[in-house]
Design a protein around this ligand. Sequence first.
Ligand code: OAD
Length: 233
Amino acid sequence: MEIDLTKVKNIVFLTGAGISQESGIKTFRDQDGLWENHSIQEVACPKAYARDPNLVHRFYNLRRAQLHEVEPNPAHKAIGALSKCKNFNVSVITQNVDDLHERGGAKKVLHMHGELRRIRNNETGQTRYFEGQVPEEQFQIWRPDIVWFGEDIKCGDKIPELIGQADLFIAVGTSSQVYPAAGFVSMANFNQIPTVELNLEKTQMSQYYTTTFQGKASMLVPEFIQTYLGIKI
Ligand code: OAD
């Protein structure tokens, strides 16, 4: 890679479903996009919740339960190890609703699409940590604290600032098909910082990155951190 990373301090990762794929969580666009014959869009939207909260809660109860069966993989752990290193200030903006970054040791994680392990009170808007199954009598009171199709992302005001202060932007395991996340590389380019894409395959945004590497996240992320940032993992 032709870029000088010796002066890098603030690192921002943008992660997507690809980073959790090797932990056993399905990605969005590599599957048939269906759950019990419903399209994901059909389940993950405010209209679906208004129409059939039972169906929507069942979907998220199952996904929340799946978190007990999955573990962070070497990609999450490598970012965690980097986060603990005093020379770097590492932030992770994730589109994922799992908690594998936190369990992998990352300190600053921004869940722009919400979190499976949080629920939100429909009346007050308050959120709280939650494990287990939302019981049926609570289906109208609490909703999953997930950003559904058509809703605003979380922390939308903090992200430009974070990328504005970054010295290096690294995207991992995202197809770059969903905005605003797909546009974060343009924000980084505007700030004239190096940008790196680590993904199984090229994406429609690959051309906008300073450099791209293709492969599995569990290999690419530790390799990149060791080779270019000099951290032993
Ligand atoms: P996608 O499913 O769109 O893309 C996953 C990307 O990861 C693809 O480009 C794959 O090639 C790549 N990939 C798969 N396995 C990989 C591996 N082991 N290592 C590295 N890369 C791998 O997922 P996202 O980009 O995260 O939003 O999708 C973005 C958003 O679309 C999601 O957060 C979700 C969905 O609509 C909401 O639910 C609001």
